[in-house]
Design a protein around this ligand. Structure first.
Ligand code: F6P
Length: 356
């Protein structure tokens, strides 16, 4: 068989480990040929690919980013030609190219946006297998995406470091983390670093409640307050804080600024100095932690089974600790969000953290 593989959407730690595991097993155990399309779906549209062999994937499991490149503003169903302002559907071009190259299966490593596009291609007859990637951990059909553990670990270390300045200067320190509309990164890193307040999109906050908590901390003799703010956090009845719109993107909204806005208001209203730090793309970069390397390897090698079994239209998934599969339909039906009754939310509350 000849398999095409691509990485699409925002990069994250562990992408190379997936590419490596898939390629090695596909070549060694099955004797398949593997090609990697460059820059996500752009490579499928512009006919750009490289052959993946043992040499290409040598020692890449520990490397951040993706050796194939990625894009999060190329959609074959809404494709913008250079200098054009209206999109066109080039999916027939992709279908013809897959046929021309004799691709027997297309493996799409990506999050919600990627798997949506993959599912649409599958419905047009492309033999697609998905692999769940994103630091946000918000993809349906799986208990975890790879990249998440590394993002949480970087955020936790950063928040620990911010805490020392909070303590020394007696300030309110706010740390904004990525996650789009899901609060998983804020919840995990806030819990791990012992934050005082965690604000997530799923639980809109009240300024009054936050101020009350800060007042209570001051009364109890605490000299600082540490707040972890998910980029999608918002006040009750208010909208998300939007940083910019990205033309051509499957989801054009880029969130950002929630922590700075809240910090300014808290400083004005409490009289305590406040500072906001945005961790941003730091959470996606650098080497994957060991658990992400392992999960990526399980996903990459596990996806080979799905190709061998011709389970097209499926995505490799983690279910109760075991590698399983989910349909792309299930994976893309709804974002997997933090539920207000999630065990970690309850545990955080039990140790005095408030959610605003
Ligand atoms: O989906 C991954 C993610 O990092 C989100 O957490 C974030 O909102 C978005 O991508 C940022 O995208 P970009 O790299 O286009 O700024």
């Amino acid at each position: 068989l000849k398999i095409g593989i691509l990485t699409s959407g925002g990069d994250c730690a562990g992408m190379n480990a997936v590419i490596r595991a898939f390629t090695l097993r596909a070549i060694h155990e099955f004797g398949w040929r593997v090609v990697g399309f460059l820059d996500g779906f752009a490579g499928l549209i512009d006919k750009q690919f490289i052959t993946l062999d043992e040499k290409q994937v040598f020692k890449i499991a520990s490397q951040g980013g993706t050796i194939l490149g990625t894009s999060n503003n190329v959609d074959p169903f809404e494709y913008y030609l250079p200098n054009s302002t209206s999109p066109i559907d080039v999916s027939d071009r992709v279908l013809a190219y897959i046929k021309e190259l004799h691709i027997d299966a297309l493996v799409t490593i990506g999050g919600d946006g990627t798997q949506h596009m993959a599912y649409r291609l599958f419905k047009l007859g492309v033999p697609v297998i998905g692999i769940p990637k994103t630091i946000d951990n918000d993809l349906g059909g799986t208990d975890q995406t790879f990249g998440f553990d590394t993002a949480v670990s970087i955020a936790t270390e950063a928040i620990d470091r911010i805490q020392t300045t909070a303590e020394s200067h007696h300030r309110i320190m706010l740390v904004e983390v990525m996650g789009r509309y899901a609060g998983w990164i804020a919840l995990y890193s806030g819990l791990a670093s012992g934050a005082d307040i965690i604000l997530i999109p799923e639980i809109p906050f009240s300024l009054e409640r936050i101020k009350d908590q800060i007042d209570a901390r001051v009364r109890d003799g605490h000299k600082y307050t540490l707040i972890v703010v998910s980029e999608g956090a918002r006040e009750e009845g208010k909208d998300y804080s939007i940083m910019k719109m990205v033309k051509n993107s499957h989801d054009p909204i880029r969130l950002g600024g929630a922590a700075a806005q809240l910090g300014q208001r808290l400083e004005e209203e409490t009289g305590i100095e406040a500072r906001a730090t945005v961790l941003g793309h730091l959470l996606r970069g650098g080497v994957p932690v060991s658990s992400d390397r392992i999960l990526s390897t399980r996903y990459g090698a596990g996806a080979v089974d799905l190709v061998a079994d011709k389970k097209f239209g499926h995505m490799v998934a983690l279910r109760q600790g075991k590698i399983a599969s989910a349909t792309l339909e299930e994976a893309t039906m709804a974002l997997r969000l933090v539920t207000p009754d999630h065990e970690l939310v309850a545990r955080a509350k039990q140790v005095g953290i408030i959610f605003g």
